[in-house]
Design a protein around this ligand. Structure first.
Ligand code: GDP
Ligand code: MG
Length: 465
């Protein structure tokens, strides 16, 4: 067993920085560098010394296994903040035999020592990276064990079923045949619970990664003004000169707790300006990647459906050239986009008429008309975006899952469906996929751990977690 150490606070100038040492040598190392005899739960004020040189005055907090974050002997040292003091101390600790902890290694150790399950370990990552209060609350609920318990209960109910079936296979005389209908009913109940959890996947993804909303349209329709209005700050430059926004902007916008990534883009038009052209190409890729595109149409201009079609054709041309130059796009994508002029490239598109405070000259059909100038219908626009997030999805389930958990739940569900499909065969056949289903649930909580699974998850953490 090695002893690992790392700085657990973010780099930068601050009052305090902290180092964690975890493992069998942690207490001995702390004693050597501080000269203090340490006692459990007794905080010490001490000088850290490298030979006769004093490095910093610190606070040492000793934890005895298993009552620590990692479940091992742990020392936490709080030094003065900034870069130098804390790094000098860490160097000294490493010279005394500790190894630098890998990203996520403290949390991984906590998992291996049964201090938390895998779902909780992931929730720590979510908690640290949460961008809105709703995301923080979701992470905290999972950290408190809600999701882990639910998955473990499902797994136990399947284990019980497996036990009962195995008993009927092994001891047919004593136990008798297992009833096929009650097996199917039990599996269906399990699948229905899984479906309820799975409904929260999209919202879980939004809470963790944000929902991408792109503002696109011709130059001067009011994209930047709308961005500023939503953010309630002058983030983007607004002028009456068409082509002001040449590069796209990306801003985090908190929509009632949902993190929205708002993109203001360069207006799409036929331009010879080299920089503007690059900006327009970027607008098109952003629109392609967005969850929701708001196509802005200036109501005060004599826009017609025919003109809109022309600008769509222009968009098509430009999009085709972007797609041709982007190796990630498959040829089928390209064909699909050409066949489906506008809608095909974003998951959803809504048409917003802008400048409704002015005299309306446009005849293009829109989904909602707004005036950023007078703040007209801005609340309705927010409601429209929220409707697209589909706030009601997964409402029956309290916590929102991540993609890894959703993928494993889907695999579990498929295995359960295969198992019920095999119930016209002998019981041995049902249990093959029942075992697979149990295994997948175990991968969610970390009860079926593999090296690869661990590496995959903890490599996303940074050093010190
Ligand atoms: N009357 C009125 N003018 C607006 C409104 N929104 C934007 N504008 C004006 O339209 C011009 C272009 O706006 P801007 O946001 O830069 O457009 P963008 O090129 O699409 O980003 C500016 O002069 C804005 O003041 C609105 O709701 N009402
Ligand atoms: Mg602009």
């Amino acid at each position: 067993m090695t002893t690992i150490a790392a700085i657990i606070t973010a780099p930068g100038e601050a009052a305090i920085a902290a180092i964690r040492i975890s493992g069998p040598e942690s207490w001995a190392i702390a004693k050597k560098i501080s000269g203090k005899i340490l006692k459990e739960k007794q905080v010490e004020l001490a000088w850290i010394k490298n030979g006769s040189e004093k490095l910093d005055q610190v606070i040492i907090i000793p934890f005895k296994e298993p009552k620590s974050f990692t479940g091992e002997d742990v020392i936490e040292i709080h030094s003065h903040g900034g870069f130098l003091c804390v790094n000098k101390i860490l160097e000294l600790i490493l010279e005394h035999g500790a190894r630098l902890a890998k990203p996520g290694e403290f949390t991984q150790q906590a998992l291996l020592n049964g201090k938390m399950d895998l779902v909780q370990a992931e929730a720590i990552h979510d908690l640290i990276t949460a961008k809105t209060d709703l995301a923080r609350k979701n992470a905290l609920e999972i950290y408190r064990g809600e999701l882990g318990c639910e998955i473990k209960e499902l797994r136990i109910s399947l284990l019980n079923l497996l036990g009962a079936i195995t008993a009927s296979i092994d001891f047919p005389d004593e136990v008798g045949d297992y009833d096929r209908t009650s097996y199917i009913n039990a599996i269906e109940a399990c699948i229905s619970s899984i479906n309820k959890i799975l409904e929260t996947e999209k919202q879980g993804e939004i809470l963790r990664q944000g929902y991408k909303v792109a503002l696109i349209g011709k130059p001067n329709v009011g994209k930047s003004t709308l961005l500023n209005t939503l953010l309630k700050k002058e983030r983007a430059i607004v002028t009456e000169i068409a082509g002001t926004t040449r590069d796209s902007l990306e801003e985090l916008y908190n929509l009632d707790g949902f993190p929205i990534i708002l993109y203001d883009t360069a207006g799409i038009r036929d331009s010879e300006d080299r920089i503007e052209k690059i900006g327009i190409e970027k607008s098109i890729s952003i629109a392609q990647d967005a969850d929701l595109v708001l196509e802005l149409i200036d109501l005060s201009e004599t826009n017609t459906e025919i003109q809109r079609k022309d600008s769509i054709d222009l968009l098509q041309d430009q999009r085709s050239s972007v797609m041709r130059s982007n190796k990630n796009h498959k040829i089928e994508d390209f064909d699909r986009v050409l066949a489906d002029p506008f809608m095909g490239f974003a998951r959803t598109l809504i048409r917003i008429g802008t400048k409704s405070d002015l005299e309306i000259k446009s005849t293009i059909k829109t989904d909602l008309n707004i005036s950023a100038e007078n703040k007209d219908n801005i609340d309705k626009l927010k409601e429209l975006i929220k409707a697209h997030i589909n706030l009601l999805a997964g409402a029956e389930h309290n916590v929102k899952i991540n993609q890894r958990q959703a993928d494993l739940l889907r695999q579990c569900k498929e295995a359960l469906l295969r198992s019920t499909a095999a119930t016209n065969l002998s019981e041995d056949f049902w249990t093959i996929d029942l075992r697979n289903a149990i295994h997948h649930l175990g991968e969610i909580t970390g009860e079926s751990l593999t090296e690869e699974l661990l590496d995959n998850i903890f490599s996303r953490f940074c050093i010190g977690k």
